[in-house]
Design a protein around this ligand. Structure first.
Ligand code: BGC
Length: 456
């Protein structure tokens, strides 16, 4: 992942220069008295010490630190594709991959916040657009705008205006470049396992059809729904998808604008459906991560998994075949909606390597990098002018959905609601796994919405 060769080259030239000083000293020492030699030696050492910050700074200038949480098989492969595109354009720059493991960024974000507060920013970091970008990074003053990159690279028409303007712009300044756009509301399944149990899926799945399939699988002793909620966000995502399936895109915008309350009968209906789903979950769910749950699906240990399409990156990394090994359908009830979970990168204010960071953003926004990254990541390219023939069936399906469906922003991934509300949702989901108390779930969210500025 790291390319050390350019750094080695720099260190070597610095050392060569210093050893040249050392050689001249030695020659003089032979012709002088011992005391004079010692003085010269001392002078040489002082000179070397004085030069050290300059030489190490020179080496340091050729670095780029990229912070993300992309460490699963598919994520790491896709990140590497971005690194490789960057290295082609910037062969002299050594990338420091500062990824912090933990799906959904739940472990990475606190580490990042500590670094930002301590004036030790990475040059660029992964962020979701919307409130996460604005509240956590732009408003506190941690980011530089990157509007000029859009202007100089002719990106104004290449990236979807609805995302750039509504989720990444403040005071007419743009603050991130998108690498890809994930679709959150996807229900993945193991094709062979469903076939073996006489379950057919044709294009869409209602809640009733889904539960009928779950019952069939349960009768055969198979946990229908694979969850890996060692990071609770995955169960929160199962709830989020179910909520969208009940309230629909209009209800979604009402909920997040305060026009619908979190104890609305429709929300309670979604909570009840979520409770019902928990009856079909794999018993080891709390010990698994999201990608381990997807692996369990590939291995036929579970049949379904409701997960954003970074799951597709895992199928690709494991060389699984669409249709033959795995299939997908909208999470029940969510036909016609595309839950946007986009991945952007920022430019840090006082970035230690600003030129390299700008070059990184230019790379990830390029057509070539977007075409190389998303097939491995599961997302669709954020740019809408890519060559579609470079993408597989899932990506074609998702691109069509992005073009025609209602786009909604994810709460679980920090776009639609402030971090405090996102946290309360995770906490209430954790509590619900134990108490299954629908009223408590709804009332806690009503309270949290009241306490946070948005959603009201
Ligand atoms: C990110 C994805 C990532 C997923 C799982 C989401 O928040 O947007 O890029 O693959 O988390 O780690």
């Amino acid at each position: 992942m790291r390319s050390i060769s350019p750094l080695v080259a720099l260190v070597r030239s610095a050392r060569g220069w210093r050893s040249d000083v050392g050689l001249r000293e030695t020659a003089r020492r032979r012709n002088s008295n011992r005391c004079r030699g010692l003085w010269l030696g001392l002078l040489g050492s002082l000179l070397a010490l004085w030069l050290a910050p300059f030489t190490s700074k020179a080496a340091d200038e050729n670095k780029l630190e990229v912070f993300s949480w992309w460490t699963s098989g598919g994520e790491a492969a896709a990140l590497e594709a971005l690194f490789s595109a960057f290295k082609t354009q910037n062969p002299g720059v050594d990338i420091v991959n500062a990824a912090v493991a933990g799906g959904g960024g739940s472990a990475a974000r606190p580490v990042l916040q500590t670094r930002l507060a301590g004036h030790n920013p990475p040059d660029t970091w992964q962020t979701h657009p919307g409130l996460e970008l604005m509240d956590q990074y732009v408003i506190p003053g941690y980011c530089e705008p990157v509007t000029d990159l859009y202007r100089t690279n002719g990106w104004d028409n290449a990236f979807p205006k609805n995302l750039v303007v509504s989720m990444m712009t403040k005071d007419r300044k743009i603050y991130a470049v998108l690498a890809g756009v994930h679709r959150g509301n996807v229900l993945w399944y193991n094709t062979k396992l469903l076939e073996a149990n006489g379950i057919k899926i044709s294009g869409r799945l209602t809640f009733d059809e889904f539960f009928a399939a779950c019952d069939k699988l349960k009768a055969a002793g198979i946990p229908a729904l694979g969850v890996g909620d060692s990071g609770i966000w995955t169960s929160a995502e199962l709830f989020e998808n179910t909520l969208l399936g009940v309230v629909g895109p209009q209800g979604w915008s009402k909920l997040f604008s305060g026009a619908m309350q979190w104890d609305d009968p429709q929300v309670k209906q979604a909570i009840k459906l979520f409770a019902k789903m928990l009856d079909y979950v794999n018993p080891d769910h709390s010990a698994l991560s999201w990608d381990q749950a997807i692996k369990a699906l590939m291995e036929g240990k579970v049949a379904f998994s409701s997960m954003g399409d970074w799951a597709d990156g895992e199928f690709v990394a494991a060389h699984k075949k669409e249709g033959e090994d795995f299939g997908w359908v909208n999470h029940p009830g969510t036909d016609g909606s595309f839950m946007v979970i986009a991945d952007g990168f920022t430019l840090a204010k006082n970035a230690p390597h600003k030129e390299a960071a700008l070059a990184w953003l230019k790379t990830i926004g390029s057509k070539e990098a977007q075409e190389a990254f998303s097939p491995l990541k599961g997302s669709i390219p954020a740019r809408t002018d890519v060559d579609r023939s470079k993408f597989d069936g899932y990506h074609q399906w998702s691109m069509d959905s992005f073009a025609k469906d209602q786009l909604v922003a994810s709460c679980v991934h920090g776009e639609a609601a402030p971090a405090a509300f996102q946290q309360v949702l995770n906490d209430v989901v954790t509590a619900f796994m134990v108490d299954k108390n629908v009223d408590n779930f709804a009332n806690t969210l009503v309270q949290a919405a009241r306490e946070s500025e948005s959603p009201k």
